[in-house]
Write a protein that binds this ligand. Structure first.
Ligand SMILES: Nc1ncnc2c1ncn2[C@@H]1O[C@H](COP(=O)(O)OP(=O)(O)OP(=O)(O)O)[C@@H](O)[C@H]1O
Ligand SMILES: O=C(O)C1=C[C@@H](O)[C@@H](O)[C@H](O)C1
Ligand SMILES: [Mg+2]
Length: 189
């Protein structure tokens, strides 16, 4: 798999890579491994907000509220995208914000991790780290609504890859193959 040249090609077109998609789609997991494979730094917007504020997401939502989190998320994204060529994994709603979506589209090749309802649901019920979703009574219905409400936005990503429970190495290889096609001007399906 040709991943060593990717950094130079990304540098040439001055684009980073941003991993987008719904909660539980695997953005943080895949972002880290993709960055390692290409040999560039990785930043996660949720982790960056936590670092800026000094508290975890749940504490931030509890004590300072969603608006504060969103304000800090804007700062975090702008800061991360000033760091040069990097991989940025986003939070659950980052790409749905008009200003951030425009900025991400300008500075990044976007990779949508498209996951079905069963995959997302089985993953989000495993951990209690999502301040909004964890509090919902009918998480499955809420996730289905999120899929219905957001797919038309995510489907404009430069690259779409299906995210299922499988060795992340297959997902990374699929992303890298599509990245190579984009960077070499080969149309992708
Ligand atoms: N390819 C995969 N196969 C199996 N499990 C996976 C895969 N990718 C991610 N997971 C698991 O799914 C869960 C969610 O992954 P991750 O935290 O990376 O998602 P996320 O999109 O960053 O979620 P959030 O929007 O909440 O930040 C984690 O427990 C992770 O280990
Ligand atoms: O519980 C949730 O839905 C959230 C999870 C995080 O990814 C955050 O990015 C998001 O703003 C809230
Ligand atoms: Mg994440």
């Amino acid at each position: 798999m040709q991943s060593r040249n990717l950094y130079r090609q990304l540098q040439k077109i001055e684009k980073s890579i941003s991993i987008i998609g719904l909660a539980g789609s695997g953005k943080s997991t895949i972002g880290k491994r993709l960055a390692r494979k290409i040999g560039i730094p990785v930043y996660d917007t949720d982790s960056h907000v936590e670092k800026l504020v000094g508290h975890n997401k749940v504490e931030i939502y509890d004590f300072q509220g969603k608006e504060f989190f969103k304000k800090k998320e804007k700062e975090a994204v702008k800061e991360i995208l000033s760091y040069g060529i990097i991989v940025m994994s986003t939070g659950n709603e980052t790409y749905l914000d008009d200003e951030l979506r425009n900025l991400i589209n300008e500075k990044c090749i976007t990779v949508w991790l498209k996951a079905d309802i069963e995959t997302l649901y089985s993953r989000i019920i495993r951990r209690n780290t999502r301040p909004e979703i964890d509090r919902l009574d009918d998480k499955k219905a809420a996730l289905q609504k999120m899929i219905d409400d957001t797919s038309h936005i995510y489907q404009n990503a430069n690259i779409t890859v299906t995210s299922q429970d499988m060795d992340p190495h297959y997902i990374i290889d699929a992303i890298i193959a599509k990245l190579n096609r984009i960077l070499n001007n080969v149309p992708i399906s």
